[in-house]
Design a binder for this molecule. Structure first.
Ligand SMILES: [Zn+2]
Length: 71
């Protein structure tokens, strides 16, 4: 898979495109590069996507629920 850097956010987040023009974003939590569909839509986010991928978001939600369960 060949990815070309095409945009960098103010905070240094990188966005890539492959040969077919599909957009890939870097997750700021796990640093893996995933297709943009792996990131939830967010109007104010870089390229309209959240900063963390769905895996990291799920993990965050799980920790949040566990914390609440203990409280
Ligand atoms: Zn992630």
């Amino acid at each position: 898979m060949v990815l070309t850097l095409f945009a960098t956010s103010l905070r240094g987040r990188k966005a890539y495109k492959d040969v077919k023009g599909m957009v890939y974003l870097e997750c700021t939590v796990c640093y893996s590069i995933k297709i943009e569909d792996s990131f939830q839509k967010e109007k104010t986010g870089f390229l309209g996507r959240r900063f963390n991928c769905c895996n990291c978001r799920n993990e965050q939600n799980r920790q949040y629920r566990e914390k609440r369960a203990l409280a």
